[in-house]
Each structure stands twice: as structure tokens, then as C-alpha cells.
Write a protein that binds this ligand. Structure first.
Ligand code: NAP
Ligand code: F7E
Length: 331
């Protein structure tokens, strides 16, 4: 019988899938909440679900939706987790301007629902909330720390700011073990295809193999602090292992532009990017956050966490993974 039981919302997402692998390696029983979809294939965790030594033994999936409080409550009671990792929700900032209400319900209100379930049923459970650099938006200082004022610039950022502050209120008011991981952009070959890094890596690989002819992007001058998802889930786990609940910025401290990412990606496949990249303002957002760079001193000092690898290595890893996928499909 596994000693530690984790419940993960958003297990099928980029972070959920890497976190599941990490927790299984550490001997946890992992329970994930999945929503009903018309396609049963859950690509990022399919390898685990097909592994008879894992699925049904140490990994379990439960149907649920963030909007369905009754089911969330039932799953929580039946699973009896020692750690709850709340990662689920619509996570695309640009899309949050198009679907603000559902984004705010998932990124904001659903966190309140889960906090209430934990408060009622098992206040000692360790609760991780997936906060984000987007809470800083038009940041008042750079780099940002855990103390920087929240000034979000998107519906997504507003909902996450609400949930981040609620998590603090539940920690302070009820003594609950709740941590906000204020994570900056983190990427991997499992990143959703409509986020800029995956879109660029995929296009560079496909153009190099003659499968696409161009890449259409929005704002190339936009800058982000990009790290590796595989490292960031370690930070998430470490937060819940510490003696005291707290908030932590998780970042590399380096900013790069979308243009830098494009240049580095096309370099991996040895192509001149300017020949293939087109600009379409349709991909621009009504407003962009500014100066988003994180200061990860607190997590470095308190939990001995630091990011691994360089920006160029991240880009290479993502482009090479796309090339490998194309080659596999061909053979
Ligand atoms: P992701 O790949 O978009 O995954 C989101 C997950 O949430 C998926 O498993 C998705 O299920 C699930 N989900 C969405 N709506 C749901 C609903 N109504 N009910 C149940 N499940 C639902 O996101 P990620 O990159 O792994 O990020 C994880 C969390 O960290 C998110 O909350 C995100 O906002 C936050 N965050 C991410 C970053 C980053 O750079 N990646 C940075 C800061 C914060 P389906 O598979 O069915 O769609
Ligand atoms: O955009 C610009 C775009 O969508 C990055 C989420 O995980 O990180 C992520 O949010 C930048 C923006 O990520 C395209 O305007 C240009 O300036 O990859 P993205 P994001 O908006 O930073 C934060 C921390 C989260 O919390 C979120 O959940 O790239 N950009 N051209 C483009 N972006 C996209 N998606 N597509 C383009 O064609």
C-alpha cells in the first residue's frame, strides 16, 4: 500500500503528466481527475494508462469536471489524498479574452470550490495551487518576487490573481497548508500546440521536412521567462514537502523574445527563419503583460531548487522532439 496519496486536477495536461511520472517514481499512489471527452485517447498519459503494472495499481483516473462540485467532493472523499495538486483549467491567455467567463470559472471559482472541499473534509491536506506570472501583468517592478503587486492584464490573469489571494486567505484564516506556485512560462515537447514555443518548434521541424511552407505568428517582440516543465514539476512537489506552506516564484530569471525563440528553433534545423515566418496581427492580444521576469531566490534558498539547462537547450529539445515524431510517423 502506497504511503502517500496524491490527487491531481489537470492530470492530462503538460504539467499533470510530468508530475504524475515524478510522483509515481517517488512511490505515490496517484489519482487524477479527467473530464469526459469525445476522444478517449489522452496522449500525454496514454503510456502510463497502457502500462498494466501502473494503471489500476498506483495510477487511477476519475471522471469529474471543475464545474461539478458534487463529483469533486465525492472523489475527494473516496480518494482521501494527503496532497492535492490543483492544475486544471483553461490555461491559454489569448483565448481567455474570447472565453472569459468559462476561463474565470475554471481558473478562479474552481479553486474556491476545492479550497472549501478541503476546509470541510480534511483541512490538513497539503494543497498546491497553480498560480502564474500572469498575476503580475503590467508589473510594477522587474524581476518580480512573491511580494510584487498583482496587476493582471487578461481575464486569465485576473482569475488567477483572485485564486492566488484566496489561497493566501485560506492559509491565514484557517491554518490550511496551501501553497501558491507562481510559475513563469515552462515548456516541453508536451506543451499544447497553440502555445508559441510548441507552435514554433513544430513548424520549424515540419518546414524542414517539407510538410509546411510557413509559420504565421503574432507579436515577435514579446518577451517571456521560459523554463523547462520537467524541472518546474519538481519545484511544485518540493513546495508540499516543506514544513511550512508558502508562496514561491519559479522562474529562470532570463527573458527572451519570441523572435529569439524562432531564431534558435530554425537554427536547429539549419533554415533561415526570415524566409518562412509571417506576421498576422490576428494572433496579437488586446494587451500584453510587460517585463515578466521572475526572481527565484526564495525557492533557491528555501527548497534548494534551481532551473536546469539553457534557453538554447530547451529550444533544441523541443525541435528535436518534433523531428523525431515526424521520422517515427514516416517509418
Ligand atoms: P494545460 O496543458 O493546458 O492543461 C490543463 C489541464 O486542465 C488539462 O488536463 C485539462 O484537461 C484540464 N482541464 C481544463 N478544464 C477543465 C475542466 N473544466 N475540468 C477538468 N479539467 C479541466 O496546462 P499546463 O501547462 O499543464 O498548466 C497547468 C496549470 O498551471 C494550469 O492551471 C495553468 O494555468 C498553470 N500555469 C501554467 C504555466 C505554463 O507555463 N505551463 C505557467 C503558470 C501557470 P483536458 O486534457 O481534458 O483538456
Ligand atoms: O504566448 C506571443 C504572445 O501563448 C507567449 C500559459 O502557460 O504562460 C503561458 O501564457 C507570447 C505572448 O504563453 C504567437 O502574444 C506571438 O506574448 O505561449 P503563449 P503565455 O501567454 O505567456 C503563462 C505563465 C501562463 O500562466 C499561461 O497558462 O508569445 N505570441 N505569436 C504568440 N502566442 C501564441 N500562443 N501564438 C502565436 O502565434
Amino acid at each position: 500500500m502506497a504511503e502517500k496519496i496524491a490527487l491531481i486536477t489537470g492530470i492530462t495536461g503538460q504539467d499533470g503528466s510530468y508530475l504524475t511520472e515524478l510522483l509515481l517514481q517517488k512511490g505515490y499512489a496517484v489519482h487524477g481527475i479527467v473530464r469526459r471527452t469525445s476522444n478517449l485517447l489522452r496522449s500525454r498519459i496514454e503510456h502510463l494508462r497502457r502500462d498494466a503494472k501502473i494503471y489500476g495499481k498506483t495510477l487511477f483516473l476519475h471522471y469529474g469536471d471543475l464545474s461539478d462540485t458534487t463529483t469533486l467532493r465525492r472523489i475527494f472523499r473516496e480518494v482521501g489524498p494527503s496532497e492535492l495538486y490543483h492544475l486544471a483549467g483553461q490555461s491559454h491567455v489569448g483565448l481567455s479574452f474570447e472565453i472569459p467567463e468559462s476561463t474565470c470559472d475554471e481558473a478562479g471559482m474552481a479553486t474556491l470550490r476545492l479550497l472549501e472541499i478541503v476546509r470541510d473534509q480534511s483541512p490538513s491536506v497539503k494543497f498546491y495551487h497553480a498560480s502564474t506570472s500572469e498575476i503580475f501583468g503590467n508589473a510594477s517592478e522587474s524581476p518580480q518576487t512573491e511580494e510584487t503587486a498583482m496587476r493582471p492584464t487578461s481575464p486569465y490573469g485576473c482569475a488567477k490573481a483572485f485564486a492566488t489571494q484566496l489561497a493566501r486567505v485560506y492559509r491565514q484564516s484557517y491554518g490550511m497548508f496551501v501553497c501558491n506556485g507562481i510559475l513563469y512560462n515552462h515548456e516541453s515537447p508536451r506543451r499544447g500546440e497553440n502555445f508559441v514555443t510548441r507552435k514554433v518548434a513544430r513548424a520549424a521541424a515540419r518546414i524542414s521536412r517539407g510538410l509546411d511552407v510557413d509559420l504565421v505568428l503574432g507579436n515577435l517582440e514579446s518577451k517571456r521567462d521560459w523554463g523547462r516543465a520537467q524541472d518546474y514539476v519538481v519545484a511544485i512537489w518540493l513546495m508540499l514537502q516543506h514544513g511550512k506552506p508558502d508562496d514561491y516564484v519559479v522562474a529562470t530569471g532570463e527573458a527572451h523574445s519570441v523572435r529569439d525563440f524562432v531564431e534558435a528553433a530554425f537554427k536547429v534545423v539549419d533554415l533561415p527563419w526570415k524566409k518562412y515566418v509571417k506576421r498576422d496581427p490576428a494572433f496579437d492580444r488586446p494587451i500584453e503583460p510587460t517585463r515578466l521576469v521572475g526572481c527565484a531566490d526564495k525557492i533557491r534558498k528555501t527548497l534548494a531548487w534551481k532551473p536546469n539547462g539553457s534557453f538554447e537547450q530547451l529550444v533544441r529539445e523541443m525541435v528535436e522532439a518534433e523531428v523525431e515524431t515526424i521520422e517515427k510517423l514516416k517509418s
